[in-house]
Design a protein around this ligand. Structure first.
Ligand code: CMX
Length: 133
């Protein structure tokens, strides 16, 4: 399988408006867009620097993955996302290699892209998102 390149790092936040003060007003990231992703129960702010982008994730519901993460660990890096050419093929390859998949089939992420998550227990404690654009 080829992870083509990193797409973004996602950061779990309690409140997007407050987080934007840090990342946009303070650190100088450019605000690209805000979007709700119903499949993942999050509101997402996409930000960019000159060469990369990050996503800030605010949970929409109490029992969503990001809400659980915040309760357990507080605000911080939630996952890394990597681009792949063919997400179904990549998931099948990772499964064959013994990785624990959270999503056996892709879901819809920001911009309607196909996305799927690989469990942090299989990836040295890091939640990995695969994305096909
Ligand atoms: N990174 C690293 N480890 C994580 C983690 C994360 N983001 N989220 C949970 N974990 C760890 C927990 O710390 C816990 O570890 P221990 O057993 O050592 O304590 C373990 O995974 C289980 O965690 P949990 O709190 O019991 O949570 P669940 O098992 O219910 O869910 C997970 C964990 C990863 C399966 C769930 O968060 C998930 O399905 N994630 C994928 C979807 C997602 O995160 N969506 C939001 C982002 C959407 C987007 O960007 O579009």
């Amino acid at each position: 399988m080829t992870l083509k390149k990193m797409d973004h790092v996602a950061i779990a936040v309690e409140n997007l408006e407050e987080a934007l003060k840090i990342w946009v007003d303070g650190l100088g990231f450019k605000f690209i867009k805000e979007e709700t992703v119903p499949d993942q129960q999050v509101k997402v702010a996409v930000l960019s620097s000159e060469s990369e982008h990050i996503e800030l994730l605010e949970p929409l519901t109490e029992d969503s993955p990001v809400a659980k993460f915040l309760k357990k660990r507080g605000s911080g890096i939630h996952h890394h996302c990597y681009l792949v050419d063919n997400i179904e093929k990549s998931l099948a390859e990772l499964k064959t290699k013994g990785f624990k998949l959270i999503d056996e089939k892709p879901k819809r992420g920001v911009g309607g892209c196909k996305i799927a998550f690989v469990h942090p227990k299989s990836c040295g404690g890091v939640l990995i998102e695969l994305k096909e654009v």
